[in-house]
Design a protein around this ligand. Structure first.
Ligand SMILES: [Zn+2]
Length: 237
């Protein structure tokens, strides 16, 4: 009996190890592909096929039932009044194509600003940095964890997550540092990074400190922007 239990435990552990290994591999591949697309180092058709293939793998490995616990506002201590523009009009999807990478047009995102009138990258009321929190449950599929002033990468230091439950990707940009690595699971509200001022334009003095938050829906290789505005409002209630 004890042997049977030991064998089942070993099988369970082996199975768990296999699943985590498969998960780490598929996120690792997504992470590499994201950099290739960003840097224009791959052609659009093959990138689209690969995104589609990895999306299938992610859903196989993690299951489409996971990640349905709702939304959380992505900046700790802040809420909808910090969203830029009026009524969410900072979201401009026209001209955006995920496969254009770093050269994409439009602004299919919401910018969320912190209190930092002097551009130090911290909340001026507390003198402390602001945590970036996961908007919804998911898996970290890509990060960019280094950036130097003047680099052309527009997102600077950033994190991508994927939620198999909603089949949507979140992109959090202009961080000071990341707190997660590809393959990590995140829950709505868990810290994934610290807000900063990284990115081709975000580091310039004229740019107020903000999180650039983009939400994309996957559909047969297409990565379609979704306006997260109403979800951001709901997430704060
Ligand atoms: Zn933005």
């Amino acid at each position: 009996m004890r042997n049977i239990k030991a064998v089942s435990l070993m099988m369970l552990l082996a199975c768990f190890a296999f699943v985590s290994q498969a998960a780490a591999m598929v996120c690792g591949e997504w992470n590499v592909l994201e950099k290739e697309i960003r840097d224009g180092a791959t052609n659009r058709d093959s990138a689209r096929k690969k995104i589609d293939e990895l999306n299938r793998k992610l859903r196989e490995v993690y299951g489409s039932e996971t990640g349905r616990s709702g939304f959380h506002f992505p900046l700790r201590g802040y809420g909808p009044s910090s969203i830029g523009g009026r009524g969410g009009n900072g979201y401009r999807p026209r001209g955006y194509d995920f496969y254009d990478g770093n050269r994409h047009g439009g602004h299919p995102a919401q910018d969320i600003f912190i209190h930092d009138p002097t551009g130090k990258g911290v909340d001026s009321r507390t003198g402390k940095p602001v945590d970036v929190l996961a908007f919804e449950d998911g898996i970290v599929t890509a990060v960019n964890d280094s950036w130097a002033s003047g680099d052309r990468i527009r997102g600077g230091i950033y994190v991508w997550t994927f939620n198999p439950g909603s089949n949507r990707y979140c992109y959090y940009a202009h961080l000071a540092k990341t707190l997660v690595a590809p393959g990590a699971r995140v829950s709505a509200g868990s810290p994934i990074g610290v807000l900063g001022r990284t990115g081709k334009n975000a580091w310039l003095r004229r740019s107020p400190t903000h999180l650039h938050f983009m939400y994309l829906s996957h559909d047969n290789g297409a990565m379609r922007p979704v306006n997260p505005y109403t979800m951001l409002i709901r997430s704060a209630k």
